[in-house]
Ligand binder design. Structure first.
Ligand code: ZN
Length: 245
């Protein structure tokens, strides 16, 4: 995890998609920064449900967590339709999820996180938000190269140099397993935050919200659901163990 200096960075901009990881990042930023704004991207993703989830979450955060109400500033959305047009990803096209010859799943949208942070910096420059927070994680099964710590550290440096501004990229989930992410959820916002994430975030690659599992909604079998379900189970098992010791 990169550590920010909150004395230098009183404000943060969170890349907020409405998924589990970015919702965790929002909670993390709200415990750490006096002023937090959110940014979503509409790039023609196949499942619009993500965008609806983020609206619900942004409404519920200040309602359910009064301690964070004053800290949560405006939400922003940027449309990048070109990204969906130029990429052949399973997240933007109606195709089966599968591994490609290069060893990456076809859910990889090339350049997505690089673009997201660059757009975030352009907005953050104008709004005075110099800590850019994202939920990228190296421990995800996929090993997306634009989620790696080294990639984002270098990107942070490039953005800071290219704008002559003290931007920092923060990735609080970078080295956490999904079980530890659930653990952090509980530490930051207690069971109300766990419940909010279960009920209102969306991670399923297939856009399925018909079935409610103990870990949330989803098809239960796609790689994102699998990861989320396994992490939740491991976290619950650890909680049960520590309760009986
Ligand atoms: Zn799924």
């Amino acid at each position: 995890m990169m550590t920010g200096d909150t004395r230098q960075h009183p404000s943060a901009l969170v890349l907020f998609s409405g998924g589990q990881d970015s919702t965790m990042c929002l909670a993390w930023a709200l415990t750490r920064y006096p002023h937090v704004e959110t940014l979503g991207f509409d790039y023609g993703q196949r499942h619009r449900i993500e965008l609806r989830c983020r609206e619900t979450l942004l409404r519920k955060f200040p309602e359910e967590f009064p301690k964070w109400r004053k800290r949560l500033g405006p939400d922003h959305t940027i449309n990048i339709p070109a990204l969906g047009k130029i990429s052949e990803s399973a997240l933007t096209r109606d195709v089966e999820i599968e591994m490609q010859e290069n060893g990456l799943p076809n859910t990889f949208v090339p350049g997505r996180n690089l673009l997201f942070f660059t757009y975030a910096a352009a907005l953050g420059y104008r709004r005075g938000l110099h800590a850019l927070v994202g939920g990228m994680c190296e421990t995800d099964y996929s090993g997306y190269p634009d989620c790696r710590d080294e990639t984002l550290k270098m990107l942070g440096k490039a953005i800071a140099m290219g704008t002559e501004t003290d931007f920092i990229i923060e990735t609080p989930l970078m080295h956490l397993t999904k079980a530890r992410t659930w653990d952090l959820t509980e530490r930051l916002g207690g069971m109300p935050l766990v419940d909010l994430i279960v009920e209102d975030t969306h991670s399923c690659y297939l856009g399925e919200r018909g079935t409610r599992h103990d870990w949330g909604y989803g098809c239960g079998t796609c790689p994102a659901c699998d990861l989320r379900a396994k992490g939740f189970k491991a976290w619950r098992a650890k909680m049960a163990n520590s309760a009986t010791v």
